[in-house]
Design a protein around this ligand. Structure first.
Ligand SMILES: [Zn+2]
Ligand SMILES: [Zn+2]
Length: 305
């Protein structure tokens, strides 16, 4: 494992300090198709090739499921105003109840996933989920949203999580980024999730700044660099990476809470994806965990790894 020194603060060059927007909303019609392409690119020659290709096909299903899907029901403006006033997430994942549009989204995602070439166990899990009654499905939705995915039914919950990602990204896309407020360190201002990963971006006007990426709703929110996204400590932060790796994925480890979240270098490779690059860099998780750090990133496709 290679250890690198902390990078420079949020400056692009001497005298130029970026003025980044607080949040960037997801574009659901772009998010999943781009992610599918990234999974396919990362799969080439990878030890996890079959899993990465499977997730590429899941991403395709997430993209295609949206065609002709009715718009999701947003909370009333009053409720959004209250959330903003009290510094609460606009669409808190622990409070949002699935609506008929979500049921439709799940049904479509499952129907599209059925056409994917997959191992027998994954197909059996899909069949069980498709046969599950509404109450059993609602329980699974609750488990995903409450970070309580049971290990003995991982695959079923992975499919439910995929549908929830579509639903929450479509909800998030209806929000105005300018109306969002910070709700706490390392907490998505839209849905209240911890980040899947964070990334240093190369965007114009925000070059060199860092954004946390939500694994549920796809929102990106600005977060100062060299600061733990789990406990907000600015002391004892270091960066680890796999020796001989691409240099675009590091683990930001924290000596205060002994946790880590990966940091992607989007300014180096504009194609990095908060979910796909996280899964494809599982080798980094293994190294950092061996060193005694616990994973803090929230990515439904890495539960159980
Ligand atoms: Zn979110
Ligand atoms: Zn920490």
């Amino acid at each position: 494992m290679a250890k690198t020194d902390a990078p420079q603060r949020d400056m692009t060059s001497i005298g130029e300090v970026a003025n980044p927007p607080f949040a960037r909303m997801p574009d659901p019609l772009h998010l999943f198709s781009t992610r599918a392409a990234r999974f396919r690119y990362l799969a080439e020659g990878h030890d996890l090739k079959s899993y990465l290709l499977f997730l590429a096909s899941i991403s395709d299903a997430q993209h295609r499921a949206q065609e002709g899907l009715p718009a999701p029901a947003m909370p009333e403006p009053d409720a959004l105003g209250r959330a903003r006033e009290f510094g609460m997430p606009a669409l808190d994942r622990t409070r949002v109840a699935p609506d008929p549009v979500f049921e439709d989204t799940l049904e479509r995602v499952l129907a599209l996933i059925e056409g994917i070439d997959m191992p027998e166990a994954a197909a059996a899990a899909l069949a069980r989920l498709r046969a599950a009654d509404p109450a059993a499905r609602a329980d699974m939705v609750r488990s995903v949203l409450d970070y309580a995915i049971p290990m003995e039914a991982l695959a079923e919950h992975l499919y439910v999580a995929a549908a929830l990602q579509v639903h929450f990204a479509r909800l998030a896309a209806c929000l105005d980024a300018g109306a969002l407020v910070p709700v706490g360190d390392g907490v998505c201002p839209v849905c209240g999730s911890p980040p899947a990963t964070s990334m240093v971006v190369g965007w114009q006007g925000a070059h060199g700044t860092r954004y946390c990426g939500c694994g549920l709703c796809g929102t990106l929110w600005n977060y100062v660099r060299i600061k733990c996204t789990l406990c907000a400590s600015t002391a004892g932060i270091s960066y680890q990476e796999v020796e001989g790796g691409p240099g675009t994925v590091k683990a930001e480890t924290c000596k205060s809470c002994h946790g880590y979240v990966k940091i992607l270098h989007q300014h180096v490779d504009p194609a990095v994806d908060v979910i796909a690059d996280d899964v494809a860099s599982l080798g980094l998780d293994l190294l950092v965990r061996e060193a005694g750090f616990r994973r803090g990133g929230e990515n439904p496709f890495l539960v159980g790894y």
